[in-house]
Design a protein around this ligand. Structure first.
Ligand code: KIV
Ligand code: ZN
Length: 514
């Protein structure tokens, strides 16, 4: 890392704003796993959640706060004393706790959402920061919808909260409305007008509704912002947040323009992106910058020719710099336990003896039917074998009859709460029949919002990886399953979604952003 220039702090909100993406809800175990990876990658602040939102959020933030030792752990709270107390309760045991409190500053929000005057809101913002600062010196304040707020009122609010003890003031483009030039000017204006601005770090939090979140964040850095709030793969509310990997790599690659650096170990970027995809089931588009499957793939002959002659002809950064190894070590039937443990370590998984034994059994089963086992296959096994918590529903057996002269029929056995139940389902195709059987056995009937099949690797013997998105009220859960037989993979994915739904039912959010 070239640590010349100014340090830009990376505030990762994948676990909070990111989790607000449709279908991205994570359970406690998954949140902890991601938090560990974020710390390993070197993010400065992990926003772990919104503790007052639900008991599940509170517990997750508390666990993360207990475990994470190097990064700061932030908890979100609306600008009221009860929210702040609950946030503090969740993070009090953290090595480096931070309270992040917010209230809207735009007239649109004040009039239609809060029904309060500017003076009232200013008073509440001050009181909230004062209260938070009595808990911890690390207090961050966000004037929500800052980019649609009256500039002078915004300046007044920023100055007031700094005076009350806010060490970081975050300027959110909540609805993704700003353009880079305009947003840069807003940050510059704050630096001109807010008298005590030198006592706080100015942060930005940009949403991607117009596809400008990263550009806006970079424009803010150009104008003095020194913290960026972002998420892995750019997930987040609606069109998402600024993508962490894009902001970090832009700063690293265009140091000549930004003269800044971050504390991110960029070689962990790809692992973080993949881990999030595994957990949420939300795939990144192939042409996504930095982490998409095609980000470093050169298709045109002219480009390939240039690359062979000299890499820098068409490559502005190396895949290795973001952790894409390029070498695909292939394992097979004769690979021993040691080779697998070594490979897993390279992929970032350190497992206990008992976990290795479980993975090894699955590996051998797969190697019996598939000649070459790739990293992606191993990771699919890890997802299913290690990262799953105790399930209510389990697949025992599945037989499907299908073709162009029969009514597709699936006969299935499932274990539900230790009891074996079997039944059959019909459908217009084998997948439809399989899902019909599951619905009958589990007596559920959730709307199937999306069904996606992917081949994990190339070759006709590739494992099929299936994602099933089920609707539950306002929520979407994503289940995943992998198997060389795509019908088994589909059944596993549907059952996984049902298990996630069971967990979600006990954790449904009580509070929304009001
Ligand atoms: O988008 C937003 O304004 C937020 C705040 C809570 C920072 O997420
Ligand atoms: Zn946001």
């Amino acid at each position: 890392m070239d640590a010349s220039g100014d340090r830009v702090f990376i505030f990762d909100t994948t676990l909070r704003d990111g989790e607000q993406s449709p279908g991205a809800s994570m359970n406690l175990d998954e949140k902890l796993r991601l938090a560990r990876q974020l710390e390993k990658m070197g993010v400065d602040i992990i926003e772990a959640g919104f503790p007052v939102a639900s008991e599940g959020d509170f517990q997750a933030v508390r666990q993360i706060a207990r475990e994470i030792k190097v990064a700061q752990v932030a908890a979100l709270a609306r600008a009221n004393l009860a929210d702040i107390d609950r946030a503090w309760e969740a993070i009090a045991e953290a090595a480096h706790p931070r309270i992040h409190t917010f209230i809207s500053s735009s007239d649109i929000h004040l009039k239609y959402q809060l029904n309060k005057t500017r003076a009232q809101v200013l008073k509440e913002a001050r009181a909230a920061v004062k209260h938070a600062a009595a808990c911890t010196p690390q207090v961050e304040f966000s004037p929500m919808d800052a980019t649609r707020s009256d500039r002078d009122y915004l300046c007044e609010m920023v100055e007031a909260v700094i005076a009350e003890g806010a060490r970081t003031v975050n300027i959110p483009d909540t609805v993704g409305y700003a353009t880079p030039e305009e947003f840069g000017r807003l940050i510059a204006y704050l630096f001109q007008k807010v008298r005590n601005i030198g006592q706080a770090v100015i942060s930005v939090h940009c949403h991607n509704d117009l596809g400008l979140a990263v550009a806006n964040s970079l424009a803010a850095i150009k104008n003095g912002a020194r913290q960026v709030e972002c998420t892995v793969n750019g997930i987040g509310e609606r069109a998402g947040n600024a993508a962490m990997e894009e902001v970090v790599m832009a700063l690293a690659t265009r140091k000549d323009v930004f003269h800044c650096y971050t504390g991110i170990n960029t070689e962990q970027i790809y692992n973080s992106s993949k881990l999030l995809t595994k957990i949420t089931g939300i795939q990144v588009q192939p042409n996504k910058a930095i982490v998409g499957a095609n980000a470093f793939a050169h298709e045109s002959g002219i480009h390939q020719d240039g690359l062979i002659k000299e890499k820098t002809t068409y490559e502005i950064m190396t895949p290795q710099s973001v952790g894409i190894s390029g070498t695909h070590l292939v394992l097979g039937k004769h690979s021993g336990r040691h080779a697998i443990v070594e490979r897993l370590k390279k992929l970032g998984y350190v497992l206990s003896k008992e976990e290795v034994a479980r993975v090894f059994v699955r590996f051998k089963e797969l190697a019996d039917v598939k000649k070459e086992i790739f990293d992606e296959d191993l990771e699919a096994i890890i997802s299913e074998e290690i990262f799953r918590i105790e399930d209510k529903y389990k697949l025992v057996s599945l037989t499907v009859v299908s073709g162009n002269v029969v009514i597709p029929t699936a006969t299935m056995q499932m274990e539900i709460d230790m009891e074996i139940i079997h039944d059959a389902g019909f459908g217009i195709g084998p997948v439809d029949a399989t899902f019909a059987a599951i619905r009958k056995i589990t007596k559920t009937n959730n709307f199937l919002q999306q069904y996606v099949v992917n081949a994990i690797t190339g070759g006709s013997d590739a494992q099929g990886e299936v994602a099933v998105h089920l609707r539950y009220g306002d929520h979407t859960v994503v289940g995943r399953g992998a198997h060389p037989d795509i019908l088994v993979a589909s059944a596993k994915a549907y059952i996984n979604a049902l298990n996630r739904l069971e967990r979600l039912k006990t954790e449904v959010r009580k509070v929304k952003f009001e």
